[in-house]
Design a protein around this ligand. Structure first.
Ligand code: BGC
Length: 377
């Protein structure tokens, strides 16, 4: 009887300790405001788990599916409960999903926003309640509730895209001058601006000295943005540009595209207009994300390049941030100057992007295990 009692007392004490550890990790955490997750956060730590909410924008692009699944697997392996949701590019859905995660008691939210500006009130409230928030790949703007940002060097992404466009035109279309059209990403995603400004770091000097002409004259982010990164929108815009500017036989040498889904829309428009893939007249088209369908087009020569951003690495960086925050440690960061979200500079970890083309896709994309050969048709 005495023995049983002792065991009972020990059990009660154990539960009390676990409850104390989990208890108020939120109430006195200020990582969101002061970036010092380590200093006074007594969060639950990976051993005691806790709920992590992952809010992803859409499953219509394969990268976000990979991001979500990889991050979920890593966090579950480390003992966390995970609520992974996709909002299918619908802003009210993303808001509801985040609110539901908070109601379920999420300690950390990892968010890739559709339109970050729409999340400000819910994120501010979560921050006040002591929930930690990590911006995943896309910056969360206008709130000090965001603690950290896991992403790639987004300016570098744009520079690589533009450099590859120029290299491709040199290779396929001679020394120029070249006629080019520009596409940018969704205006509600800060990444679009970083990609575009990176691209213009390379292209603007060439435009200024006449080596490149933007025949449509559409050369600002406002004019060339593509709402919700929608391939159909890019296709329609390309159709319109071709009809208005190239129907008289003016050659088009290259198209700057910031994302594979847009590239495929652009390529459809080029084909429909009468350009023949595989001929000398076919324009150089860039991309991003190393999607299987675009690796296939790189093989056939319809798309010149893409950018590989290994989502396995990004998921690991974000998972390490979650761990560090909840263990009361400072996550590893390597940039404290670039990502001003309108309220503060968000401490970030930037990964390195890589240009992929027909010469290196086998090594970078397939041999690395990023995609299976069987996925590429
Ligand atoms: C991501 C890109 C992606 C795009 C469209 C951006 O925020 O950084 O990798 O291509 O969204 O999903």
């Amino acid at each position: 009887m005495k023995k049983v009692l002792c065991i009972l007392v020990a059990l009660v004490m154990m539960f009390a300790m676990v409850a104390a550890c989990n208890g108020d990790s939120g109430s006195n955490n200020d990582a969101g405001n002061n970036n010092d997750a380590g200093s006074n956060n007594d969060g639950g730590g990976s051993s005691s788990g806790g709920l992590v909410g992952i809010s992803m924008p859409t499953q219509s692009s394969e990268r976000w599916i990979k991001d979500g699944n990889t991050l979920k697997d890593i966090l579950e392996d480390r003992g966390y409960d995970v609520d992974l949701q996709y909002a299918e590019d619908d802003i009210p859905t993303q808001l509801q999903q985040i609110e539901a995660m908070l109601t379920r008691g999420a300690k950390v939210l990892v968010i890739a926003a559709i339109d970050a500006s729409t999340l400000v009130p819910v994120l501010d409230a979560a921050g006040r309640d002591g929930v930690y928030i990590i911006a995943y790949d896309r910056l969360l703007v206008d709130t000090d509730a965001v603690s950290f940002y896991a992403t790639f060097d987004n300016v570098k992404v744009g520079e690589l895209q533009a450099q590859s466009l120029v290299d491709g035109m040199k290779q396929h279309r001679g020394d120029g001058p070249w006629n080019v059209e520009l596409f940018a990403g969704s205006p509600d995603d800060t990444n679009s601006f970083f990609f575009f400004s990176g691209a213009m770091n390379v292209l603007q000097p060439l435009i200024d000295d006449g080596q490149i002409t933007i025949v449509s004259g559409q050369d600002t982010q406002d004019a060339v943005g593509t709402l919700r990164w929608d391939g159909a929108v890019a296709q329609t815009r390309m159709d319109t540009i071709l009809a208005a500017n190239y129907a008289d036989g003016t050659p088009l040498h290259g198209v700057l595209s910031p994302y594979d889904g847009l590239s495929r829309g652009i390529i459809s428009a080029l084909s429909a207009f009468g350009f023949q893939p595989g001929t000398d007249d076919w324009p150089v088209v860039t991309g991003q994300d190393a999607e299987a369908a675009s690796i296939s087009l790189i093989r056939t020569g319809e798309q010149f390049s893409t950018i590989l951003k290994d989502t396995r690495d990004l998921a690991r960086v974000a998972a390490d941030m979650v761990d560090a925050i909840l263990d009361g440690r400072q996550p590893e960061i390597n940039d404290t100057s670039t990502y001003n979200n309108g309220v503060k500079i968000v401490p970030s970890y930037l990964l390195v992007p890589h240009t992929v083309d027909v010469t290196n896709y086998q090594r970078l994309v397939i041999d690395s295990g990023y995609l299976d050969e069987a996925d590429i048709h």
